[in-house]
Design a protein around this ligand. Structure first.
Ligand SMILES: [Zn+2]
Length: 183
């Protein structure tokens, strides 16, 4: 996928939202309260409701978008830009590309996407949700496989993870990667 096919496939926020909902349903929505996997979709609320206990799960819940007021289209575009343009390193450049009024919002978005690279729970969503050909996320997965094979690649990965991850997330990353060599 490139930027043009991205724009064709995801022209609007509702296209992104529909795609995200589909992917989560393929993955299986699990009720946080009773672990049931049977849900009704409440269209007006953008939430699933558990058929067993009525607990509701929002579309963004459990993803890196959880708690974010930023719309789906902006999230998708940010992920797209960060994926297609490996050199989009600065939040101000991403802000310019997205034509977004708030630097702080984009800065936070960027950091969340970056820290998701090293975290399995977010990774699996991003991987399936946004199947960009040469995404960060697939790369992170293949790095992870290498990680199990040799100490050399393990060290490289540590460096990559540390560069991409805020310090407070290192414990999560360590757990996600099943390694204890991150310092
Ligand atoms: Zn339930």
């Amino acid at each position: 996928m490139n930027i043009l096919s991205f724009m064709e496939e995801f022209p609007t926020g509702s296209a992104c939202k529909a795609h995200f909902k589909d992917q989560r349903e393929k993955e299986g929505v699990i009720c946080k309260k009773c672990s049931s996997s049977s849900h009704y979709w409440l269209k007006a609320k953008d939430q699933w409701q558990c058929k067993t206990c009525d607990f509701r799960t929002t579309l963004k819940s459990g993803s890196i978008m959880e708690g974010s007021k930023v719309d789906f289209h902006t999230w998708y575009k940010a992920m797209a830009f960060m994926t297609f343009s490996k050199k989009t390193n600065s939040a101000s450049e991403l802000q310019r590309q997205l034509n977004h009024p708030k630097y702080d919002t984009i800065w936070r978005l960027m950091h969340k996407i970056r820290s998701a690279i090293g975290k399995r729970y977010a990774l699996y969503q991003l991987e399936r949700v946004v199947e960009f050909d040469e995404g960060y996320f697939e790369k992170a997965t293949s790095e992870k496989i290498k990680l199990k094979r040799g100490r050399g690649s393990q060290r490289q990965m540590n460096v990559a993870v540390m560069a991409a991850t805020p310090l407070e997330d290192l414990d999560t990353v360590r757990r996600a990667l099943n390694v204890d060599t991150l310092r």
